[in-house]
Design a binder for this molecule. Sequence first.
Ligand SMILES: [Zn+2]
Ligand SMILES: [Zn+2]
Length: 203
Amino acid sequence: MAAGQGSAAGMPPGGARNGPERSGPQRSGPDRPAHDVEPALLAAEARCLRAGVQLTPLRRQVLELVLEAEQPLGAYALLDRLKAQRPGAAPPTVYRALDFLLEQGLIHKVERLNAFIGCVEAGHAHQEGHGHDHAHQFLICRQCGLTVELSDHAVAHALDDAARRAGFRIGNATVEVEGLCAACAAAQAAGAHGQEGSAASGR
Ligand SMILES: [Zn+2]
Ligand SMILES: [Zn+2]
C-alpha cells in the first residue's frame, strides 16, 4: 500500500524548497538596469502598516538603497548613497533607519561582511504567517563577495532538532556560510585545470 497524504510530515511547510529564482535580484549584473525594487517597497509599506509602525520617507529611502544594491552594503556606503539624495544625512540617521529595518525583518545584517542586505522574503506574499522570524542562511563568496540568502525551512528545522538534542533552545539563528559562488568555483576549476595541463606537458 502506497503511503498517502499523511506521510508528508518531513516536508517543509510550503511543500517545495525555495528555488534558485529567489536569489535572482542579487545576481543581476552591473550592465543590466537596476532591478525593480518597487514591489518589495510596497510590500514593506503594507507590512509596516499591519505592524502599526511607520515606514517614514527616510526609512523607505534607506530600504530602497539596500534593495537596489547588487551586494550587501556597509553603513558608510549607504550613507554615501543617501547623501546624494539628502546632503545633510549623518551616521546616526542611517543607523537609526537600519535598526528599524532590521527590527521589522525587512533587511538583515551579514555579520561576516558587516553589511546589510534586503530580506529575500521581504517582497514575497507568502512571508505572511512566517512573520519576520524566518531562519536565515547566507552563502557568501569569499572571492567576489556575492551573497545569497537562502530561506530553507528544512535547514532551519534540522538545526532546531540538533540544538534540542543538545538541550538548547534556539532563539535566533543566522547561518553564514563562506565559500565560492558558482562563477568563481568554475573560474577556479578552469584555472586549476590549466595548471594541471601545463604541469603535465612540462614533464
Ligand atoms: Zn530574510
Ligand atoms: Zn564569487
